[in-house]
Design a protein around this ligand. Sequence first.
Ligand SMILES: [Zn+2]
Length: 71
Amino acid sequence: MLPPHVMSVEQAGEQYRTQLFAQCAQGIHDPDTKYGVCGIITAVVCFPIGLICLFTDTEQRCHRCGVRLDK
Ligand SMILES: [Zn+2]
């Protein structure tokens, strides 16, 4: 049997996570820009022209649920 305060912390954490994912469910995501490996390599090899590839080879993903966000 766990002491009551441990239970409340766990419940608070669970509630916090549920609230964050509830935002995702409503379409309010936490965007996180990821650069593709190809883009990074091209940017380094073909600097500075390769930077164009770097910025084309990006995708936005939600930091919380990992869903891909299309603009
Ligand atoms: Zn999300």
